[in-house]
Write a protein that binds this ligand. Structure first.
Ligand code: OMP
Length: 291
C-alpha cells in the first residue's frame, strides 16, 4: 500500500493544525548564544537538552515545530543523531514537524536529499521540508514527486526574510511570466510552485508551499493554489502582525508563522517558555482581525 493512501496530504493537515492549534511554528534553533544563556554546553548534548526542553514546554501547544538543521549539523555525526531523535520526539507531541534544511541541488543529487527527508522510511522524520529553488524549481522534481507520494509538504524559499536577498529575489524577469508580463524572481518561483500543486490531485489540498518573510516589502501575490506558507521574520527580525497579514493575503488559514529566538530566549525555565509560547499563539490568533 502506498503512503499516499494512508497519510492525509500535508496541505490538509496544515489547515487542520492552524484551525485547532493556531498559527505558531516554533523554531528549535539551538544557537550557541542560546545554549550559553541556558547554561548548556556548546555540543550535541547541549543541543539535545535544549531541544527536549522546548518540546516539553511547547510541543502540545504549537501547531508546528521547526528544527533548524544547521544547528545540529554543526556538531557532526553526534549532532545529526540528536536531530534524528528530536524529529521523532517532536512528532510524538502531535505538532507538525517542519525540517528546516533548505536543501537544493541538481535533480539527481536532490533525489538523495528527498530520500533522506521525504521517503516513507526516511531516516529523518518530518511532515514538511524547506527547499531552495535557486538551481531552478524544476531541479526540485524528485522532492515534488516523493512528497506527493508520501503526503509530505514542501516549503520553497521564494521571498526570504533577510535583507541580502532583496536584490536577487526582487529582480525583474523579462521573459514572459504566467501573468503575461514582467515578474519578480520571487513571483516566478511562487508561480512555478503553484503549477506543481495543480499537477497533483487536480490541485486539491495543495501541499507544496512557499517561504515568504514577514519583513519582505514587495512579496509575491499568492492564493490558495500557491500552497501553505511558512512566514519567518516575525518578532526578532522586526515583522509585525500587519506585515504577516500583508504577506499572507487570503492564505492566512494555511500559514505557519515562525518564531524562534523571541520565545527561546525565555528559557531555560520550562514554565517561562510555555508562557511565552502561549503569548505568541494568542497574539497570532488576532491576525484575522485588522489593526
Ligand atoms: O526557512 C526559514 O525558516 C527561514 C527563512 C527565512 O527567510 N528567514 C529565516 O530567518 N528563516 C529561519 O527562521 C529562523 C529565525 O527565526 P527568528 O529567530 O524568529 O528570527 C532561523 O531558523 C532561520 O533559518
Amino acid at each position: 500500500m502506498s503512503a499516499s493512501t494512508t497519510v492525509e496530504p500535508y496541505g490538509r493537515r496544515v489547515r487542520d493544525a492552524v484551525a485547532t492549534r493556531g498559527s505558531l511554528c516554533l523554531g528549535i534553533d539551538p544557537h550557541p548564544n542560546l545554549l550559553a544563556q541556558w547554561g548548556l554546553a556548546d555540543d550535541a548534548g547541549g543541543a539535545r537538552e535544549f531541544s527536549l526542553r522546548v518540546l516539553e514546554a511547547a510541543g502540545d501547544l504549537a501547531a508546528s515545530i521547526k528544527p533548524q538543521v544547521a544547528f545540529f549539523e554543526a556538531y557532526g555525526s553526534a549532532g545529526m543523531a540528536v536531530l534524528e531523535e528530536v524529529c521523532e520526539r517532536a512528532r510524538d507531541t502531535g505538532a507538525l514537524v517542519i525540517a528546516d534544511a533548505k536543501r537544493g541541488d541538481i535533480g539527481s543529487t536532490l533525489a538523495a536529499y528527498a530520500r533522506a527527508w521525504l521517503g516513507a522510511d526516511a531516516p529523518f522524520y518530518c511532515d514538511a521540508l524547506t527547499l531552495s529553488p535557486y538551481l531552478g524549481v524544476g531541479a526540485l522534481a524528485p522532492a515534488f514527486d516523493l512528497a506527493a507520494d508520501t503526503g509530505k509538504g514542501l516549503y520553497i524559499l521564494a521571498a526570504t526574510s533577510n535583507p541580502e536577498a532583496v536584490n536577487l529575489q526582487n529582480a525583474t524577469l523579462t521573459s514572459p511570466s504566467e501573468r503575461g508580463g514582467e515578474s519578480t524572481v520571487a513571483q516566478a518561483v511562487a508561480d512555478e510552485v503553484r503549477q506543481q500543486n495543480l499537477a497533483v490531485r487536480g490541485g486539491s489540498d495543495p501541499s507544496f508551499g512557499l517561504v515568504l518573510g514577514a519583513t519582505v516589502k514587495n512579496p509575491p501575490q499568492v492564493g490558495s493554489e500557491h500552497g501553505p506558507l511558512l512566514v519567518p521574520g516575525f518578532g526578532a527580525q522586526g515583522g509585525t502582525p500587519s506585515d504577516v497579514r500583508r504577506v499572507c493575503g487570503s492564505n492566512l488559514d494555511a500559514a505557519m508563522i515562525n518564531v524562534s529566538r523571541s520565545v527561546l530566549s525565555e528559557g531555560p525555565d520550562v514554565e517561562k517558555l510555555r508562557a511565552a509560547t502561549s503569548g505568541v499563539i494568542k497574539e497570532l490568533s488576532q491576525l484575522g482581525n485588522s489593526d
